[in-house]
Design a protein around this ligand. Sequence first.
Ligand SMILES: *Cc1c(COP(=O)(O)O)cnc(C)c1O
Length: 388
Amino acid sequence: MIQKHPTGEWRIKCLVPDLPSPEAVIPYLYEMSDNRWYANFGPINGRFEEACKKLLTTDGQTCFVSSFSSATAAMEVVLVAKGLERGAKVLVPSLTFPATALAVIRSGYEPVLSDIDPDSYQLTPEIAKACLAKSGGEDIAAVVPVAPYGIPVDIDAWEDFQVATGVPVLVDAAAAFPVQKPGRTIPVVYSLHATKPFGIGEGGLVACGEPAVIEKARLLSNFGFEHYEIVTPGSNAKMGEYYAAVGLVQLARREELEARRAHLWQKYCDVFAGASDKVHIIGSAGYSGGYSGGTVAIPANLLIETKVPIQKVVDACITKSIQTRHWYLPPLHSQQAFASCLQLGDGEKGLPLVADRLMQHMTGLPFHNFLSDDDIEEVAAVVLKATI
Ligand SMILES: *Cc1c(COP(=O)(O)O)cnc(C)c1O
């Protein structure tokens, strides 16, 4: 939910994208102009994909990568590539950005909403197994776990789940590039939207250890053309040269961007360190996500959970012109478009849920590269005062 400022601009904004300067992009514009090649897997796009592939190849596990116009579009083509029956049920967590469920619907399937684990905020393999048992086992045709707020999922556990149940998995790691490891056989979708930790404007990637999965998704992103003929109906979900150019510049800035985010994250951890009984920072409970590429896994957003009702904190922030956002809330099961979806929770009437608890106790605080240490200290002081 966007918290509207009562009078004008927020003094301390929740999120400000950090993208390359125009000067840094200009050489690529000249290259494009020389090439007269602006879309359809051009040379800049090829270099960008190759660089992303290198970044995602860790522990010697080779992966294959294709680029897309957005994570949502990428999820759609990967879901279509699975070739499930029309109306097939696909399990997604109720706590996610709506695009996860929208991609399921746009692919001709039906989302089924699950609860999340109270510690990891994720739809875990254990929860998915419980849902399979509840639905009679045969109903759920695929699962789309989400790396919430950019916190990586345990991809190896999902590979095991896929083998044990035979139910295909696709991971929505939209906000977790490059910290989410791609699967050996499970495709992982990343977003490069301007608001994500690694933003290029609009864009998405799919990575997987299985080249055939990537080839199929790529083909479907180009209408479904195979040897000048449409074999499976696809879409136009390609990334153009302009975005790939921004991507190459952004890759050169990656370490600098990550160091900045790591500094801000640490600063928040420090300012709330003495108040862990009142304020819990989501993602601070030591997750590594199995990533070993040398990147510190800093979540996309700075979210806190408080014992007091979160509205108290939000109101205090508004008074000081500090913007907050309830990322991924309200949960899908309480949004109109998904109200009729089957819900598999522990509650008597569908989902009571961890996600509902978060609605009352969680919010996102300002977290972007243009914050100063003083800003963070001020935000923390306001939050702490409100949590007494
Ligand atoms: C941001 C986000 C998306 C959407 O990504 P786009 O590239 O904007 O389509 C999908 N799922 C999750 C979990 C996200 O955080």
